[in-house]
Write a protein of this length. Structure first.
Length: 201
């Protein structure tokens, strides 16, 4: 954990005060994967070392972010990429398998890969919130999506506030983004929360 490093890095990268809300990263270089990962790569390519946690790393979006960060060499081998999932179900099995595959494929440049299966075990400077339900199946509206994901937002926000180091920055990917930003900002402070917009797709 690199205490105090994240604030100056983020302020320098954004070129101004960091405020909670939706932040559009702009078009990505197609050769560098999805726009969100490209933007996060820009953030990570600074002089300051940092550790990253991906909440929901066993889901489609979370797995893509993890894979892109490792493939692009966004983190140094001495830095940590933490894959966060759930203790129940197949989440842990998926994450340990993903760690094994990434270590095999990128042995020379992979960061330290770590699995956490409880919110209180999250340790990072930058935390990407990609966990939660998506529209589909029984969830057919934004209000249903909000009802399904609100307890998840509260659980992780409370754990980070209680067990964290007080400087973590949370990047929200999960929808509804506005609801997640409100919940995390209430627990952590709005200066530590970024909600990504349409360019995350």
């Amino acid at each position: 954990m690199h205490h105090g490093a994240i604030g100056p890095v983020l302020l320098g990268w954004l070129g101004g005060p960091l405020l909670a809300g939706t932040f559009d990263y702009g078009p990505a270089n197609p050769a560098q994967g999805v726009p969100f990962t490209y933007a996060l790569l820009k953030l990570l390519q600074q002089d300051q070392p940092m550790d990253v946690s991906i909440i929901g790393a066993s889901g489609d979006c979370g797995r893509e972010i993890v894979s892109q960060l490792v493939a692009l060499g966004a983190l140094m081998p001495t830095e940590r990429l933490q894959l966060v999932g759930r203790a129940e179900g197949r989440s842990g099995q998926i994450l340990y398998g993903l760690c094994s595959d990434l270590n095999d494929a990128y042995a020379e440049k992979a960061p330290v890969l770590d699995v956490a299966l409880a919110p209180e075990d999250i340790v990072a400077d930058v935390i990407v919130m990609a966990a939660g339900a998506t529209v589909g199946g029984e969830v057919t509206s934004r209000s249903q999506l909000a009802a399904a994901n609100l307890p998840i937002f509260e659980s992780y926000a409370q754990a980070i506030a209680r067990y964290g180091y007080g400087h973590e920055v949370v990047i929200i990917v999960t929808n509804p983004v506005e609801l997640a930003v409100e919940v995390f900002s209430r627990h952590l402070g709005r200066h530590r929360v970024i909600g990504v917009g349409a360019y995350s797709d």
